[in-house]
Design a protein around this ligand. Structure first.
Ligand code: MLT
Length: 318
């Protein structure tokens, strides 16, 4: 850059490899824990903004950002960015579509196994000095049916891992390639009721968009087998939290594993908080992409794109 180097705001934790790339030629400000008001206040000073899932890049933030050229989302989901508004203002939004596929898929399998074998409960009990072997009898996943909603990159990786565990895998995805599904020994079903009725475990791997918001509510949960289990490592809001809590409380669902919530962090005393406290819910605080490897991948991935855009070239992923 001939003039002063462009300024980049990084308001969330970003892995060092990507930051090092940026620091080579840009002026990088790491400002964790900014309030929405503080973000609004300082955003006019920056040419690029690199975020994860916590920063809400609203239309107001984008309108205040007089020199912003790029918003980079170190991860897949861009639901915390007003992409439509950014596009209107000529601000490019980039993400890392593949950097955390493996991490999200492995976390799904880890939660499924934790739920099936009651690992969190057994661990907590033993740490309390108890020895309660008969209380924590689990179920095996081998021979069970896994239903997957969304056979994209993460869904397909989950399917392959589940096949390795001896599961039968059914999936619902109107855009999935039948050839890809069949190569992974996944049976594509054509309706949600069909998937819900067949699954011992149901897992969601879709983005949060208008058609997936509240996709699993009371009526859908009621169609699942009594004693089945559900997982959400995708996005809060795809499953209705109140309906999920009610289904656990009634005993219809044997378990729920939830990594993502409608509001993050969940509000105290909310439905999500009650869901988290339920004894048959296995929960993690949005850790699907939280591995060293995935965070390095997404960080390098988006920082390379930021550099390309600020230098006036097309991002390498374009
Ligand atoms: C993503 O969208 O990439 C994941 O949810 C991970 C994250 O929010 O960091």
């Amino acid at each position: 850059f001939k003039e002063a180097p462009p300024k980049v705001l990084v308001p969330e934790k970003l892995s060092a490899d990507g930051l090092a790339l940026l620091r080579g030629s840009l002026d990088v400000d790491e400002r964790k824990g900014l309030t929405p008001e503080e973000l609004l206040d300082i955003i006019p000073n920056y040419d690029a903004l690199v975020i994860r899932s916590e920063t809400k890049v609203t239309a107001t933030v984008l309108q205040a950002a007089r020199r912003l050229k790029v918003v980079a989302r170190a991860g897949v989901g861009v639901d915390n960015v007003d992409v439509e508004q950014a596009t209107k203002l000529g601000i490019v939004v980039v993400n890392s579509p593949s950097g955390n596929i493996g991490a999200a898929a492995e976390h799904t399998i880890a939660l499924m196994m934790s739920m099936a074998r009651k690992i969190p409960e057994g661990c907590a009990s033993l740490k309390q000095g108890k020895w309660e072997r008969s209380k924590f009898v689990g179920v095996e996943v081998k021979g069970k049916v896994l239903g997957i909603i969304g056979l994209g990159k993460v869904g397909l990786t989950v399917a392959r891992l589940a096949k390795g565990l001896g599961m039968t895998v059914n999936a619902l995805d109107p855009y999935a390639s039948p050839a890809v599904a069949s190569a992974a020994s996944v049976t594509l079903v054509t309706s949600l009721p069909e998937l819900l009725k067949s699954a011992d475990f149901l897992t969601i791997h879709t983005p949060l968009i208008a058609s997936t918001r509240g996709m699993i509510g009371e009526a859908e949960l009621a169609q699942m087998k009594a004693g089945s289990r559900i997982l959400n490592v995708a996005r809060g809001g795809t499953i209705d939290e109140a309906a999920l809590l009610a289904s656990l409380e009634s005993g219809h669902l044997a378990g729920a594993a939830v990594d993502v919530f409608t509001s993050e962090p969940p509000v105290a005393d909310s439905t999500a908080a009650k869901l988290i406290a339920h004894p048959r819910a296995v929960v993690t605080p949005h850790l699907g992409a939280s591995t060293v490897e995935a965070q390095e991948n997404v960080s390098v991935d988006v920082c390379e794109q930021v550099l390309d855009i600020l230098k006036g070239s097309l991002p390498r992923s374009a």
